[in-house]
Design a protein around this ligand. Structure first.
Ligand code: HEC
Ligand code: CU
Length: 321
């Protein structure tokens, strides 16, 4: 008697948990997975475009493409890029340790408005006081990054770093710093070097080679390699493989920069170019990368842009004669 009572109770409990907790469990599971759907920007881009997650807790994202191949990446982070093929949902689990706003973006050229495919993840949590970073260099220098900057002096041939290295000792040490190079246009540096008694016996082209040498000294093989990778992935579609502004997605209504043209390039400083990369254009379709690239990546891609107008590689460093 007691036994059958207990059995009945057990059956009831079993039935109840099975029936009643099933939906609860399902509801809980679904609540944990956040679905982000990807469509071409003309059809709405990512949805949702904004989500809020708690800091320090794993978040499961289910990523689905509804049309063409898209990519999913999160700016300023090392997390791997996920490719999204239509009809093949991908689940990723991410944990954001630091509160703040992160930008997620598409990494595939899914159409002319591809670069508009962006969204934000707001990570909430107790805010640790962050070391406030100084404003970007172009702001510190008060540069107008939209003003024309045509160079008035240009070289006969491409300046070559490895040739310039031969006369490197003529360059005053205060010019041989990354800060100096980043804050000056090649034209300004050429004029400064040309005016020095130490370069009096060099011809104009040799002084240009010194400029290329300084530019090479201000970067590294690693940065140039990373810059080349970023350029191919994010910039070539507009700026062209060879930097001449003839990529398939280059806008028709604006003059594209020709990075190979010294008259265009040598009047701009690396700080100006980094500013344009960080902020983007003003209605010109030049996207802003400030929320997507790390600071190091912005410099890497800018360093790489100079390889279109100067020989920073190959042959550097030149063998000592
Ligand atoms: C959707 C097309 C597009 C993409 C993608 C693009 N750009 Fe641009 N970019 C432009 C246009 C158009 C201009 C010229 C108008 C302007 O300066 O705003 C420009 C201008 C620039 C300038 C200013 C050049 C100067 O001397 O004034 C720099 C530097 C630059 N882009 C770098 C980049 C880099 C680096 C990338 C990739 C990380 C990139 N761009 C991706 C369209 C694009
Ligand atoms: Cu896309």
């Amino acid at each position: 008697m007691k036994h059958s009572h207990a059995l009945a109770l057990a059956t009831l409990v079993f039935l109840f948990t099975g029936v009643a907790l099933g939906p609860v469990r399902r509801w809980w599971r679904n609540r944990e997975v956040v679905e982000i759907r990807a469509r071409m920007p003309e059809r709405g881009g990512f949805s949702p475009k904004a989500l809020t997650v708690p800091a320090g807790t794993p978040v499961r994202l289910r990523l689905v493409s509804d049309d063409v191949v898209h990519g999913f990446a999160i700016g300023g982070q090392d997390a791997p890029v996920v490719d999204l093929y239509p009809g093949k949902p991908v689940e990723v689990t991410l944990t954001f340790d630091r509160p703040g706003t992160y930008t997620f973006y598409c990494t595939r050229w899914c159409g002319p408005n591809h670069w508009r495919m962006r969204g934000t993840i707001t990570v909430e949590g107790p805010t640790t006081p962050e070391p406030s970073s100084p404003p970007p260099l172009y702001v510190q220098l008060g540069l107008d990054i939209d003003a024309p900057h045509e160079a008035t002096v240009v070289p006969q041939e491409r300046p070559r770093a490895f040739r310039g290295q031969r006369w490197a000792s003529r360059i005053p040490p205060e010019l041989q710093t990354v800060e100096y190079v980043r804050t000056h246009a090649p034209e300004e540096v050429w004029l400064t070097l040309r005016a020095l008694p130490a370069t009096a016996d060099l011809d104009d082209q040799q002084v240009w080679d010194l400029v290329a040498y300084l530019w090479r000294q201000a970067t590294s093989q690693g940065a140039l390699t990373e810059g080349a990778r970023l350029y191919a992935q994010q910039c070539a579609a507009c700026h062209g493989e060879a930097g001449q502004g003839d990529g398939p997605f280059a806008p028709q209504h604006v003059t594209m920069p020709d990075f190979t043209d010294p008259a265009w390039s040598f009047g701009a400083s690396p700080a100006l170019w980094q500013g344009k990369v960080l902020r983007g254009g003003m209605g010109t379709t030049m996207p802003s990368w400030g929320l997507i690239f790390t600071e190091e990546q912005t410099w890497a891609v800018v360093d790489y842009l100079w390889t279109f107008s100067m020989d920073l590689e190959p042959g550097f460093p030149a063998p000592v004669p």
